[in-house]
Design a protein around this ligand. Structure first.
Ligand code: BGP
Length: 461
């Protein structure tokens, strides 16, 4: 074994409620924005497939937890569906949901798989969306209440909690680039939503600490490195701004308790400051995270603005930089994303050097493949060697970061089994386990799933 990982390294994968549970309107679950949006505009979704048609984990969790074992998991990141637990977002708790999550958590523990539980993965309850979603402080309060309910119900057994997954994504996709609700372009509202999401995270952490539970709480961020085209000051400036807008906007307040000065200056200069109530900044300052989850897929490459922005177009971050199409970059041949494994090392070293080497783990990393059925062999197994290579390449860089002192404690791939994705539905497959999504939902471990078991058994490769 050439790459050995520290004792007790977490080998796992990540999923989210909306993407795997199915049973979207069963057993008292309230609608969330994805159920609602699909009903409104089914054709915006890939192949007209909506969130009700996911991998049916709600019914198959026992079988799936056996598959977690068979693929070497010692940890598993899942999320709770807010609108399943509290159908209207606030108020009455749905006992059927309590039973379901209790069963899942207990079954995981029985199988020696540590649950990492995330409270919010893009799935705003519809009732909360109608109140204004993250634009509304009422929703911040309701979210903190929901978090508190979840800690009371499951905090005796769940020892790793996360407040949000990729909180920048609903902000950018909902308020800048139109692929989440509210599907608008409004920079000021984006800033407000981002600020409220951050505040909600700190308020949930505050609730958690009040309860003196024995566990850790953190946040999961997609820390996309923003690489400049060159070392020219104008390119460097472009990359610093992109880094502030997409990474440090959540990373700094989550870990250090304060917003970065350059970001605040920029937002002020553009006249987009959100309303800050007395006490808010103390709440953020006093409730930083214990642990950081890091999702990484591909970098952002930027250059100084070359084209004048259209003065009539709505204000978006592209005012400050252009995207840079680097010649010769390595692409995923089965989906148009760049593959740059060293990015994961750069993130870990940044966290080590500039964020107090806080305890962290890779909470998502993976390779989506379109038309993966073509790799099916005569035994009915997907031969996804490209995915094994992708993991190895990233793990080598994680190993290197550990040699240099990074406090990274585990690796969770995206994802356990093929699942439904926001707007793309089942177009890109990521799983260690294949799901016959258009048939009977049967599961088959892919070659990568078998390899993952060896990886975990050997604690390296
Ligand atoms: C991350 C999300 C996941 C997942 C993944 C893959 O941003 O946290 O929920 O969907 O991206 O992206 P996609 O499904 O668009 O291929």
């Amino acid at each position: 074994i050439q790459y050995k990982f520290p004792e007790g390294f977490w080998w796992g994968s990540a999923v989210s409620a909306t993407q795997i549970e199915g049973a979207a309107d069963i057993d008292g679950k309230g609608p969330n924005v994805w159920d609602y949006w699909f009903e409104q505009e089914p054709n915006r979704f890939f192949d007209g497939v909506g969130p009700a048609n996911t991998s049916q984990f709600y019914y198959k969790y026992k079988e799936d937890i056996q598959l977690l074992k068979e693929t070497g998991h010692n940890s598993f990141r899942m999320s709770i569906s807010w609108s399943r637990l509290i159908p209207n977002g606030r108020g009455e708790v749905n006992q059927k949901a309590v039973d379901f999550y209790n069963q899942v958590i207990d079954e995981l523990l029985l199988n020696n798989i540590e649950p990492f539980v995330n409270l919010y993965h893009f799935d705003m309850p519809q009732a909360m969306y109608e109140l204004g979603g993250w634009e509304s402080r009422e929703v911040v309060a309701a979210y903190a209440e929901y978090a508190s309910v979840a800690f009371d119900l499951f905090g005796d057994r769940v020892k790793k909690w996360f407040t949000h997954n990729e909180p920048i994504v609903p902000v950018e996709m909902g308020y800048l680039y139109g692929s989440h609700l509210p599907d608008t372009v409004d920079f000021h509202k984006a800033v407000i939503a981002a600020y409220h999401t951050m505040l909600s995270s700190a308020k949930a952490i505050e609730k958690y600490r009040e309860k003196n539970l024995d566990g850790k709480i953190g946040i999961i961020l997609n820390l996309t490195p923003s690489y400049p085209r060159s070392q020219h000051p104008a390119d460097l400036k472009a990359s610093t701004i992109a880094d502030a807008l997409f990474n440090r906007v959540f990373l700094d307040p989550s870990v250090k308790g304060i917003y970065p000065d350059d970001l605040v200056e920029l937002i002020k200069a553009e006249g987009f400051m959100p309303h800050i109530e007395a006490g808010d900044l103390d709440t953020i300052f006093n409730n930083t995270v214990d642990i950081l989850g890091i999702n990484y897929y591909q970098p952002r490459r930027v250059k100084a603005k070359e084209n004048m922005p259209n003065p009539y177009a709505p204000f978006t971050p592209d005012r400050f930089f252009d995207y840079y199409d680097m010649p010769g970059k390595k692409m995923n041949p089965y989906r148009g994303w760049e593959i740059y494994a060293k990015g994961i090392y750069d993130i870990l070293i940044n966290v080590k050097e500039n964020y107090g080497n806080i305890e962290c783990f890779i909470s998502e990393n993976g390779m989506g493949v379109e038309g993966e059925g073509r790799f099916l062999d005569e035994n009915g197994v997907i031969n996804d060697d490209y995915r094994i290579d992708f993991y190895k390449d990233h793990l080598k860089w994680i190993h290197q970061a550990i040699q240099e002192g990074s406090n990274v404690k585990g690796y969770h791939v995206w994802t356990f089994m093929d699942n439904w994705s926001w707007l793309n539905a089942y177009k890109n497959r990521y799983g260690l386990v294949a799901v016959d999504v258009h048939g009977d939902n049967s599961r088959t471990i892919k070659k990568s799933g078998k390899w993952y078991k060896q990886l975990s058994d050997n604690n390296g490769f």
